[in-house]
Design a protein around this ligand. Structure first.
Ligand SMILES: Nc1ncnc2c1ncn2[C@@H]1O[C@H](COP(=O)(O)OP(=O)(O)OP(=O)(O)O)[C@@H](O)[C@H]1O
Ligand SMILES: [Mg+2]
Length: 634
């Protein structure tokens, strides 16, 4: 097959003799093989194949595109909005590279003509030209670099926001199963690495390509024979690069993985230090940390070692070129075939040719890390939320009953055995239900299903007769509020934290919900009242106060179903009763489902449902009110 391709690649007349139908069939049937050979370095073959017959164009163009690494294609799409900045930077680099050609030519003029001719005015002109050439090149390429930094920062801004939005769209299963460090990782190093690719690497590649082309052209014009000595070293450089490419990629991916583990560990460790101290587990945690740090360091070393071999072997090509040029060029000067000025100018070009090439090696190693980052970001963006809005999602019909019903529901966490089986359960509008059971019975899971944080595996849950999966997510989230035991408060003022419940809430409404959670007196006593900062995670409050503020925020939304998953567990029993009673007054038509292990809070409810190993084993009225009927099958 290789021979076949090579023959095709080397001879266009041959192509024209081959029947187009035969070629098309060959290309269709052997496309993969042809391309894999082309990937192995026989790119011209493929290009000739693609150009050989118009009939092949459509197949080959797409396949040629496939030769571009997917990471670069992704980057090209990301860079599209800032192409004008990149175009301006390209012009600046082109101009800079063209100016770079001037210097060695002036040098040759200086050595071969001006100095022997002892012409002072020409000497001043030559120095001015040299200054213009070298300084102009720096100014121009620096401007080019600045423009690409500006472009890449725009991209990074958009990318960070995109990843954050994506993170916000993912469902509870992902957030509960993924360590914080892992979730945040794509927003950190990978995005910075990608910024590097845009700001340093692309201009670097551009600089390399331009100055290589320009310099080779100038070298050819100066001495064709010397250029012929240099040219074969370019494939040596490419072959060496290809050899190390895969290893560098693998090691870069491994390093990213290790960094991610370190990040996850630290994300978990930092907020837990107080607990770790009280458990006297510092040494064990430090030992674990050392293991992870060491793994990351070893991985970094492995990558650096491969980079070193990469540099050594590719530098060999450069050193060989310099030795050959100086040796052979020196002989030609001695013979009088070449002027000293030409040899000096050629040597300067040689430096100009290999300086960016050696930089390119560094860049290549770095680019592998960046490609790995792109893979990470792409993987993060490829995650899909498991809870999605159906394209036929509806608003809840006005005036529909708001009963919450479970029908033949079965649920298991991914990879686990069945946890819940609820044949039928109805909770009527306005009911106060206490859901009780042992640890691990499945209460929280049932509550999360009712708030559609998870979807059942079979059966369904309906609200007002409408399957939850058919209700628009925004509407569902304003109808049903799920409050966990650990409240989420942000490092901001009390008012800001409360208004996360409803942004337009007036001060009177804030006062109303604060009264409901019996915090009026406490807030009055705060120096800045509503503007009081709560500290990170609400750290300036007691845990009971944190739960009360989280409940006040939920009450501001006036949900029709309020699910309190041990959300009152840190309140003292007397306050809990007050808060629950006032909640009843504030939301007289809302259903409240309370998950609790406390007898006093269960006593507050109208109905008690007992869950055992994922099944309802008891369902009873505990207040003899006519409207609160037990109507489920246990
Ligand atoms: N995200 C999860 N992934 C896998 N398994 C889970 C997950 N969350 C809970 N479980 C398992 O499901 C079972 C029920 O958990 P659940 O939180 O519903 O219990 P619970 O009745 O609320 O218990 P508790 O009274 O302790 O709050 C437990 O055995 C638990 O290990
Ligand atoms: Mg629970």
């Amino acid at each position: 097959m290789t021979v076949f391709c090579a023959t095709l690649g080397s001879s266009r007349p041959f192509l024209s003799r081959v029947s187009p139908v035969f070629l098309k069939r060959m290309t269709e049937t052997r496309t993969v093989a042809l391309f894999s050979i082309a990937r192995g370095g026989n790119l011209p073959t493929l290009i000739v194949l693609a150009l050989g017959r118009k009939r092949l164009n459509s197949i080959s163009f797409r396949s040629l595109l496939n030769l571009v690494p997917v990471e670069l294609r992704w980057l090209a799409t990301a860079l599209r909005p800032v192409w004008t900045l990149h175009a301006a930077s390209f012009l600046a680099f082109t101009f800079g590279s063209a100016l770079g050609l001037l210097g060695p030519l002036v040098l040759r003029w200086l050595i071969d003509r001006i100095l022997p001719g002892r012409d002072a005015w020409l000497l001043i002109s030559a120095v001015a030209l040299l200054f213009l050439s070298y300084e102009g090149r720096v100014v121009s390429t620096s401007l080019g670099s600045w423009l690409t930094v500006a472009a890449s920062q725009k991209i990074v801004l958009a990318l960070r926001l995109e990843i954050l939005k994506h993170l916000d769209s993912l469902s509870a299963d992902y957030h509960e199963a993924t360590p914080t460090g892992e979730k945040l990782y794509p927003l950190r190093e990978p995005v910075d690495e990608i910024a590097y690719l845009g700001s340093d690497l692309f201009p670097g590649i551009l600089r390399t390509l331009l100055s290589t082309a320009f310099t080779l052209f100038a070298m050819g014009a100066l001495s064709f024979r010397l250029t012929l000595i240099v040219l074969p070293l370019v494939p040596v450089f490419l072959v060496t690069r290809h050899h190390f490419r895969q290893r560098l990629g693998l090691h870069a991916d491994d390093l990213q993985g290790k960094r991610l583990e370190v990040n996850s560990f630290l994300e978990e460790h930092a907020p837990s230090v107080i607990q770790i101290q009280s458990l006297q587990q510092e040494t064990r945690r430090e030992r674990d940390a050392y293991r992870l740090f060491a793994k990351a360091a070893r991985s970094q070393l492995r990558l650096a070692r491969t980079g070193v071999f990469f540099s050594i072997f590719t530098n060999l090509a450069i050193v060989l070129a310099i030795s050959a040029i100086l040796g052979y060029g020196g002989v030609r000067v001695l013979r009088g075939d070449l002027t000293i000025g030409s040899l000096v100018a050629f040597y300067s070009y040689l430096a100009q040719l290999f300086e960016p090439l050696s930089g390119a090696m560094e860049m290549y190693a770095r680019a592998q890390r960046t490609f790995s980052s792109i893979r990470q970001v792409r993987a993060a963006l490829a995650l899909r939320p498991t809870i999605q809005e159906s394209s036929h999602a509806v608003r809840l019909p006005c005036g529909a009953s708001s009963d919450l019903e479970f029908h033949e529901l079965r649920f298991a966490y991914p990879g686990e055995k069945e946890l819940l089986h609820i044949p039928r359960l109805m909770i009527s509008v306005g009911e106060r239900v206490a859901l009780v059971g042992e640890n691990g019975a499945g209460k929280s899971t049932l509550a999360k299903l009712a708030a559609r944080l998870y979807d059942p595996d079979s059966g369904y849950i309906s609200y007002g007769g409408v399957d939850l999966r058919a209700i628009r997510l925004r509407e569902l989230r304003s109808v049903a509020a799920y409050l966990p035991a650990t409240p989420v408060l942000f490092d901001d003022t009390l008012a800001v934290n409360l208004r996360l419940g409803r942004a337009q809430a007036t001060d009177e409404e804030l006062a109303e919900v604060l009264h409901a959670v019996d915090l009026t007196g406490f807030v009055e006593s705060l120096p800045s009242r509503y503007q009081q900062p709560l500290g990170p995670g609400g750290s300036r409050l007691s845990s009971g106060q944190r739960q009360r503020i989280a409940l006040a925020r939920a009450l501001l939304r006036k949900p029709r179903i309020l699910i309190l998953d041990e959300a009152t567990s840190s309140m003292d029993a007397a306050v809990e009763q007050i808060v629950l009673d006032r909640t009843r007054l504030l939301l007289p038509f809302s259903t409240v489902v309370l998950l609790s292990h406390r007898l006093s809070s269960v006593a507050w409810a109208d109905r008690k449902i007992v869950l055992e190993a994922g099944k309802i084993v008891r369902d009873e009225n505990i207040k003899a009110t006519p409207e609160s009927g037990g109507n489920s099958e246990a």
